[in-house]
Design a protein around this ligand. Structure first.
Ligand code: PTJ
Length: 252
């Protein structure tokens, strides 16, 4: 990785880029993952590069869903494996959710490398290698494990594509998306959308899960029932509008 001075004003953003580039170098991230990261970065810039109040609220509800789920699964792709391997393993441990590798640009080699990568970060059991079931989409993300995403009641899908999000919702699953683009099909289709950088969201969710583990189950259920995903997306768009107005001195 390139040397990034810690006092560089854009240190966090540059380190994130380095991690993605390193992911491509070691064969866990697809080259297309670089483009996806660039799109995410631009939205993060517009959102102020911090967790908003509404994202924080969505993270809380998402954790409640994972804690109450019978068969929760965290779907892992090449970008999240490169950016937040420790966080994914920790979130799986504190919520009891399984980790499953599921790729848009699928190759058996990359699935195997990501499973090994997660194991090297402490994961004991990682699904995704069997690929013995299919969901109703017309590309490689259809391939899932029968005992994992296929049978799950709640699926966390960081950096998802809209098709699969829609297919999972049609199967009756609750889908939690992490996506910095509040306009994406994924964001608009998911049951709960966390408009935050996966690098912040996963860490926040680990902290929340540790705090909420002893919370009364009825209280957790109530937080889910009163959640409105439309509100979260509107808040994110409003935040972008306010920041554009502020930055442009009210000209926009
Ligand atoms: O590893 P694979 O083969 O499964 O491929 C993974 C990618 C991400 C390349 C693939 O799923 C893809 O092409 O995704 P999209 O359609 O580009 O969608 C990615 C979404 O995630 C976009 O809406 C981005 O704004 C958003 N995004 C990118 N980086 C981040 C992010 N959201 C949160 N945190 C990020 N760091």
């Amino acid at each position: 990785m390139s040397e990034i001075p810690e006092d560089h004003p854009r240190y966090d953003s540059l380190i994130t880029r380095e991690r993605i580039v390193e992911g491509v170098r070691i064969g866990i991230t697809s080259p297309q993952g670089l483009v996806a990261q660039g799109r995410g970065e631009s939205f993060d810039y517009l959102l102020g590069e911090c967790t908003s109040e509404s994202a924080s609220c969505a993270e809380k509800v998402a954790v409640a869903m994972l804690l109450l789920a019978r068969r929760p699964v965290i779907s892992v792709n090449g970008n999240t494996a490169a950016l937040v391997p420790d966080g994914l393993v920790a979130l799986s441990e504190v919520t009891g959710a399984s980790l499953e590798v599921n790729l848009f640009h699928r190759s058996e080699t990359r699935v195997g490398k990501i499973i090994d990568h997660l194991r090297s970060h402490g994961a004991t059991d990682v699904l995704g290698g069997k690929g013995d079931a299919r969901i109703d989409v017309n590309h490689d993300r259809a391939v899932v494990d029968g005992a994992g995403i296929y049978a799950a009641d709640v699926v966390l899908v960081p950096l998802e594509d809209g098709d699969r999000c829609q297919a999972l919702v049609h199967m009756g699953k609750s889908v939690i998306a992490i996506d910095l683009n509040p306009l994406s099909r994924t964001s608009r289709t998911a049951s709960v959308t966390i408009v935050d950088n996966v690098t912040r969201a996963i860490d926040n969710m680990v902290e929340l899960a540790l705090d909420m583990d002893c919370t009364d189950k009825d209280v957790l259920r109530e937080s889910i029932v009163s959640f409105d995903n439309e509100d979260v997306l509107s808040s994110a768009l409003e935040l972008i509008r306010e920041r554009l107005l502020y930055i442009s001195g009210g000209i926009v």
